[in-house]
Design a binder for this molecule. Structure first.
Ligand code: ZN
Ligand code: ZN
Length: 363
């Protein structure tokens, strides 16, 4: 059903990191800043390659940069970031503010605690989402990592299908999916897996319980692999035993809506229109009130990142922006169906990253 998950890592990552820092530096004059202090961990990782719980990077308008981290990570930083000026310090932000000197320094207002903002002093310019806006469009190295995360996700689902049967609990199925993903090379699950059987399927973010799967249930599974910092996100709903007519009807409706949403994903499309393409199918069938969340979200170093597909969201899609399309219909007390893929367009052509079948599987 899916090809074996290949483990791939990308050579020459430092080239990508230098390019990313140069693109950030080019945005600084427009942000009225001479330099930026980046403190959010995934943003530090994006700009340097270093994954650390205590690191920050100073990027100046001339694209020169200083990476600060403490003793626990400094050896890794030397290995991963040989081209960067490194500073070993526990107070990474305080140290980099001093290093920056008397300049207007942009800080990540959506991440930095108020206490830290007050403590570090300096001429700080609060700014939101600057590195995130760069992260939205992915380079080849990133697409390769997301593709591998999705392959692991597909393969784990195929391997665990036999575990989805009467008597197995939601929790057991979640554990089986997660264990298999890690056997296939995932660092860990990309997020808390959702397994929702029967009436629990009406809760979009149900936590797996000890409820056993029974004949006649629809079972919704929303899960994904984390690979080298990059996330996969997929949802499938299967039937255990021959589905009732209403179950097949809801499944076919969600599948039709999901296809409409996927086909609307193209560079230049407004995120509102992509959402509407799927939502309209569900509303026309009279189930609009039972699809209460946005159609999808960007995927990368975070499981939920810009852009967000929704009725009230601004902006347009671009090429090379991996995104999920995940409509659902949730009928209180009865159950639900959600179908989710991660996909991307490259040179305008769609590439489906999660490739598990969307035929209704009857187990
Ligand atoms: Zn999901
Ligand atoms: Zn999702």
């Amino acid at each position: 059903m899916v090809k074996a998950a290949a483990r791939r890592t990308f050579e020459g990552m430092t080239v990508y990191h230098a390019d990313r820092r140069a693109r950030l530096a080019a945005l600084l004059p427009g942000a009225q800043a001479d330099a930026m202090l980046v403190t959010k961990a995934v943003n530090v990782r994006y700009l340097t390659g270093l994954a650390s719980s205590n690191a920050a990077v100073l990027v100046r308008a001339d694209a020169s940069a200083v990476l600060a981290t403490d003793l626990r990570y400094i050896e890794t930083a030397r290995r991963l970031c040989p081209e960067l000026t490194l500073a070993e310090h526990r107070d990474v932000s305080g140290h980099l503010v001093q290093t920056a000197g008397p300049v207007r320094l942009a800080v990540e207002a959506h991440h930095m605690p108020v206490a830290e903002y007050n403590r570090i002093g300096g001429d700080l310019v609060p700014y939101t989402g600057l590195v995130e806006s760069l992260r939205m469009v992915k380079d080849e190295a990133e697409l390769d990592l997301i593709r591998t995360a999705c392959e692991i996700t597909d393969q784990a689902f195929a391997d665990v299908l036999t575990e989805i049967r009467p008597g197995r609990t939601e929790r057991e199925i979640a554990r089986a999916l997660e264990f298999r993903m890690m056997e296939l090379g995932a660092a860990k699950p990309a997020f808390d897996s959702i397994v929702a059987a029967g009436e629990n399927g009406a809760v979009p973010h149900h936590s797996p319980s000890d409820r056993p799967v029974a004949r006649g249930d629809l079972v919704t599974m929303d899960f994904g692999a984390l690979h080298e910092g990059y996330h996969a996100d997929m949802t499938r709903t299967v039937a255990v035993g021959e589905p009732a007519a209403w179950q097949r009807d809801v499944y076919d409706l969600v599948r039709t809506a999901q296809r409409a949403g996927r086909h609307a994903v193209r560079p230049g499309a407004s995120v509102h229109d992509v959402d509407a393409a799927a939502r309209g199918v569900i509303a026309t069938a009279g189930h609009g009130e039972y699809f209460g969340h946005g159609l999808g979200h960007g995927v990368g170093l975070e499981i939920h990142e810009v852009p967000f597909l929704g009725q009230d969201k601004p902006g347009r899609l671009q090429d090379r922006v991996p995104i999920t399309v995940e409509p659902g219909v949730y009928l209180p007390g009865r159950g639900g169906v959600r179908i989710e893929d991660t996909l991307v367009t490259r040179d305008g052509r769609p590439e489906l990253l999660t490739q598990t079948t969307k035929e209704l599987l009857v187990l």
